[in-house]
Write a new protein. Structure first.
Length: 311
């Protein structure tokens, strides 16, 4: 049986008021964010990057989205492994998701919503596009904090230019009697940074470095910001990419996750490689890694990241 810890994820205030209140506040945020990524691989951020009514409206619309006929939902396909529409299956009967590539691009969101609602759903399209862009701004701010913390802020603009965003919308139905409550199996994210928000139903759990699991309790106006494998590669192992899972108890759960993927090769800056921190990874093709973990070889290995680009 998995051990459960009483430790909780750090909660970090990233509101505009705090970050604009002076150099000391920015420096404190920079240090606490970087420590959280190194120790836990993630943290809870309280922020005001977008009005709460935007996310509330999206979660209301998600119920309509997942109630659409299956023959419509399966039309959302993707050439990128692990994206597109995923329906419930015998291994994960509670989980259903669909995704939008390049979600900050209005045309991409329109294509998705027109596919789901041929008679149009402009309201949902505008909500998703607004949400994706506001979350992208939060992602840029968080990565800037870490780049500055490591003294390599000169690379940040190039990093931002290399990022593409995937938005995943997910539903976890409540389990029936004698049915598994596992919504998603333990896994690490494969991208650079993930920003996750849920409705009022908890279920996300994160594994600590000691192997114990902690539940994530979302305060109001908060998201979880999580490091992925690409971030760990870039930081030469300083940033921790945590295993996490979803369990579902009692009520159905909805979530929105935006994944920042790098289109160019990811490699550790030379400033982060020294005698105490020898180079751990070869240059890393972030989207190519998705293809690798979808192969038989990638699925069988215990450490896909090391097998793909480890030194």
């Amino acid at each position: 049986m998995d051990s459960v810890s009483n430790i909780r994820l750090p909660v970090i205030n990233l509101t505009e008021e705090i970050l604009r209140s002076g150099k000391d506040s920015w420096t404190e945020a920079r240090n606490t964010v970087t420590r959280a990524f190194e120790e836990y691989g993630c943290f809870i951020a309280v922020h005001d990057k977008y009005p709460s009514e935007v996310s509330d409206s999206i979660f209301s619309e998600l119920q309509d989205l997942f109630h659409l006929p299956l023959e419509i939902k399966v039309q959302n396909t993707s050439q990128t492994p692990l994206f597109g529409y995923y329906g419930p299956n015998p291994y994960l009967p509670l989980y259903e998701s669909t995704s939008i590539e390049d979600a900050i691009n209005l045309e991409a969101v329109q294509k998705f919503t027109n596919q789901m609602w041929p008679s149009k759903n402009n309201h949902f399209c505008e909500l998703l596009h607004c949400y994706a862009n506001q979350v992208a701004e939060l992602d840029k701010m968080v990565s800037k904090l870490v780049f500055e913390s490591y003294g390599v802020e000169k690379y940040h603009e190039s990093h931002v230019g290399s990022v593409t965003y995937f938005l995943r919308l997910a539903k976890y139905r409540a389990p029936e009697q004698n049915e598994t409550n596992l919504g998603v199996r333990p896994h690490t994210d494969k991208n650079f940074i993930t920003i996750l928000q849920q409705n009022e139903v908890d279920g996300l759990e994160v594994q600590l470095k000691n192997g114990s699991w902690i539940p994530v309790d979302f305060p109001p106006f908060s998201v979880v910001i999580m490091a992925g494998d690409a971030f760990s590669v870039w930081s030469n192992g300083r940033v921790h990419s945590p295993f996490h899972r979803v369990t579902v108890k009692g009520k159905g759960r909805y979530s929105i996750a935006q994944f920042a993927y790098c289109k160019k090769l990811v490699e550790a800056p030379t400033e982060l490689v020294d005698d105490e921190h020898p180079l751990l990874y070869k240059p890393f093709d972030n989207l190519g890694f998705l293809g690798f973990i979808s192969t038989d070889e990638g699925r069988k290995t215990q450490n896909p990241l090391k097998a793909y680009c480890g030194i």
